[in-house]
Design a protein around this ligand. Structure first.
Ligand code: URA
Length: 210
């Protein structure tokens, strides 16, 4: 059975200390490991990095009220992978279609930077999640951290599956396909590393892989 880590998860001391600090500073925020969004029965899993302090950590839903969600969610809507209106709050009725979204690390990290140990600790939950997605066909990783986190939990050699924007990798495990994209972060958009058009092409490709 899939068990979502709640506030009782104390695996990462640095993230726990940051959570406690945020509970004092922002008592109305969610301030806990953010659960995945979408059904376990989905064929697509999208893996992000970690909740943003005033985004997913505030709302309790991945990418919700984060700038990265302003890029991700409209693209999913455009290609029929979501329905409803994305209003940047958890209870907006917005629904994912055949997609589940999770993060390599489920707690908000200081300065948006996760450590290798935190990725490893949270990998137990990621693996559990993947093992419980019996219809899973395609995994879209946003950024190199998510890519490497996914390869680690699947027991794949990183040197055999190099991260490259737009690359599609075939994994021996469960015939899974892995698609890479640059992360939809504000930094990547502002620096032109990723554009809205480039990300649309990624979601178009994702749909074509099903
Ligand atoms: N960025 C991510 O990678 N994940 C979130 O949930 C929010 C922002």
């Amino acid at each position: 059975m899939f068990v979502c880590p709640g506030k009782s998860c104390v695996k990462c001391s640095r993230l726990l200390a940051f959570r406690q600090q945020n509970e004092a500073a922002f008592p109305r925020y969610y301030n806990a490991p953010v659960p995945s969004f979408g059904e376990l029965s989905a064929e697509i899993l999208i893996i992000g990095l970690a909740p943003g302090l005033h985004g997913a950590n505030q709302t309790g839903r991945p990418f919700t009220n984060d700038y990265a969600g302003d890029v991700l969610y409209p693209a999913l809507l455009k290609y029929g992978l979501a329905q409803g209106q994305y209003k940047k709050i958890k209870d907006d009725g917005f629904e994912l279609l055949n997609v589940r979204i999770t993060n390599a690390v489920r707690c908000v990290p200081p300065q948006n930077k996760v450590t290798g140990e935190e990725v490893k600790n949270c990998g137990l939950y990621l693996l559990d999640e993947i093992n419980n997605m019996s219809h899973l066909k395609v995994v879209l990783t946003l950024g190199a951290v998510a890519h490497n986190a996914f390869l680690s939990v699947m027991g794949c050699q990183k040197s055999r599956f190099k991260f490259a924007h737009g690359a599609v990798h075939k994994l021996p495990q469960r015939n899974l396909l892995l698609l890479n994209s640059y992360h939809t972060s504000r930094y990547n958009i502002n620096t032109g590393v990723l554009t809205f058009e480039m990300f649309d092409k990624i979601i178009e490709k994702l749909v074509s892989l099903l």
